[in-house]
Write a new protein. Structure first.
Length: 182
């Protein structure tokens, strides 16, 4: 069951479900969830390893982030054709163990040739959200920081839920070297 907007607004107020929502999402949201905004862009470099017990993601480096002191034209990022980036949201989620979050691209994203790579937001996760974006078009696509790029819906977890305890808790973008998976 997907939670409706009235229930979500109640959880935002009572449980701080989503922090830093823009005015539009607080006052006049669409659908059964919230749109989340672009805050940071990272590039990947080097190789990675995903093993049975250990992992080491490619290193990430911050290449651009929101700067409210700039004009909207300047406060943006150009996604280059064929390039893959990691992006982080302005919003932070604080999921109780009774809810999970499902991420969807806003249709303008894929209508522009930007493909989203994402996963489920597990019950008990707290932090900003990180996704992959690849520009599959032949054109540069400019996106303003603060633009709404994804939509999150929330579903109830029936039965006993477990607290997310993975290493991505808190919104980090990549590993600091090889580590044992939890």
């Amino acid at each position: 069951m997907i939670l409706g907007i009235k229930e979500l607004h109640k959880l935002v107020k009572e449980k701080n479900l989503v922090e830093n929502l823009c005015a539009r999402e607080k006052e006049n949201p669409e659908g059964a969830g919230f749109d989340l905004r672009l805050a940071e862009v990272y590039e990947l470099e080097g190789s990675g390893f995903l093993g049975v017990e250990n992992r080491d993601t490619p290193k990430s480096s911050l290449v651009a982030k929101d700067d409210p002191s700039k004009s909207e034209e300047e406060n943006s990022f150009i996604f280059k054709p064929g390039e893959y980036y990691l992006v982080k949201t302005m919003e932070k989620v604080n999921l109780p163990t009774t809810l999970s979050g499902i991420i969807f691209p806003r249709t303008t994203l894929f209508r522009s040739g930007l493909v989203l790579a994402n996963g489920i937001v597990q019950p008990g996760y707290s932090g900003e959200l990180t996704f992959g974006i690849c520009n599959m078009s032949k054109s540069n696509i400019k996106v303003s920081f603060g633009a709404r790029v994804v939509h999150i819906t929330f579903q109830e977890v029936l039965g006993e839920g477990n607290q997310y305890r993975g290493q991505w808790q808190g919104g980090r973008v990549s590993t600091e070297g090889e580590e044992v998976q939890i």
